[in-house]
Ligand binder design. Structure first.
Ligand SMILES: Cc1cc2nc3c(=O)[nH]c(=O)nc-3n(C[C@H](O)[C@H](O)[C@H](O)COP(=O)(O)OP(=O)(O)OC[C@H]3O[C@@H](n4cnc5c(N)ncnc54)[C@H](O)[C@@H]3O)c2cc1C
Length: 314
């Protein structure tokens, strides 16, 4: 941790961002820098309106794709379908639907996947999902269902020629007892047809880069896309991190101490820290970033600008 602070301070947070922003545009385009945005399906009309305003402002950054999450057990299946179908019909952005296999039979999952295909969706983020008893509770495959993400991918590929993205975990999935188990699982997902992995969120560039090296050393050859969490609410972030087995470093949470009632400063910190993280990753060769937007435009837009994507506006 101390080492990280020393490194960050040596570079200087704003110094790092300024360096990337000053990078010649041609250099970044040569690296084919891309971004994708993740949304969740809105629950109410008001949330739907807010999401559409977010999508129309982020469309200007020409994302590679946007993805819409899926409530494990199918709790959002109509809303996820409605959202990806509308993005497909009303924008030029390729939309990916997340799909989980927990708590559903193969027939039920196949029916949802067919619905996505019929709506013009060609890209699935294929996931197992968590136990219906809650994240972190013991998971048991549903009888007659797809047991794990690799089984789901095999089933999806039999249905249609979907493009498949999967999850990956720079700090290991909490149920993977060691790195061999983690990487064997990722390899099975690739063998089943996944062509991209999007990671769980993390806070240190080194956490991601070490993971990327482990994947390469294991001979797994697909792009590993860092998932960047844009959550300025520290209580919400810690809750989410606890559930997912992600460590929030003390240097990070310390910066938010005493700011519960000061949303503006928390947002500025989130933008600065995420900007520093993406800039460091960019400097070290990463060229696709997946932004967990929480359906809000401002922070995602700031990140896209730090990456220089505003220059691509038509
Ligand atoms: C980018 C991203 C997007 C996400 N989107 C959603 C979403 O939209 N909806 C949602 O509900 N959740 C989502 N999640 C969370 C995800 O569902 C959970 O992390 C879940 O616990 C694992 O799903 P998985 O696809 O990674 O599982 P898997 O890849 O199937 O692996 C889960 C665990 O099971 C182990 N395992 C695999 N196969 C076997 C086997 N045969 N026997 C025993 N153990 C095995 C693996 O080693 C691993 O520890 C997302 C996560 C990420 C990183």
């Amino acid at each position: 941790m101390t080492e990280h602070i020393a490194l960050s301070r040596a570079a200087g947070p704003m110094g790092t961002i300024a360096r990337v922003a000053a990078d010649p545009l041609e250099k970044r385009e040569a690296r084919d820098l891309t971004v994708s945005f993740e949304f969740f399906p809105p629950k109410t009309k008001k949330m739907e309106k807010a999401l559409w305003s977010t999508i129309s402002s982020l469309e200007a950054f020409s994302p590679d794709f946007v993805s819409v999450t899926y409530g494990a057990g199918g709790s959002t299946k109509h809303r996820t379908l409605g959202t990806v179908a509308r993005i497909t019909n009303e924008t030029n952005i390729p939309a990916a639907a997340h799909l989980t296999c927990v708590d559903a039979t193969k027939e039920e999952v196949n029916a949802v996947a067919n619905g996505f295909w019929d709506a013009g969706v060609r890209h699935i983020v294929a996931l197992r999902g968590d136990s219906p008893d809650g994240i972190g509770q013991a998971y048991t495959p549903t009888p007659g269902g797809y047991g794990y993400a690799d089984d789901l991918i095999k089933g999806l590929k039999k249905l249609h020629d979907f493009e498949i993205s999967v999850s990956a975990y720079p700090e290991r999935h909490p149920e993977s007892g060691n790195w061999n188990v983690e990487l064997d699982n990722l390899r099975r997902k690739v063998d089943a047809g996944a062509t991209r992995a999007i990671t769980q969120f993390f806070f240190d560039a080194d956490t991601f880069l070490k993971f990327q090296d482990r994947v390469a050393d294991a001979g797994i050859d697909i792009p590993i896309v860092p998932g960047i969490m844009l959550q300025p609410n520290m209580n919400g972030l810690k809750r989410m991190a606890d559930m997912c087995g992600v460590a929030v470093p003390s240097w990070y949470s310390d910066l938010f101490t005493g700011l519960d009632g000061d949303e503006k400063t928390r947002e500025m910190l989130t933008a600065t820290l995420s900007g520093e993280l993406t800039s460091e990753l960019y400097d070290r060769g990463v060229s696709h970033f997946h932004l967990y937007t929480l359906n809000r435009a401002e922070l995602a837009s700031a990140m896209a600008r730090i990456l220089g994507l505003h220059h691509r506006r038509a």
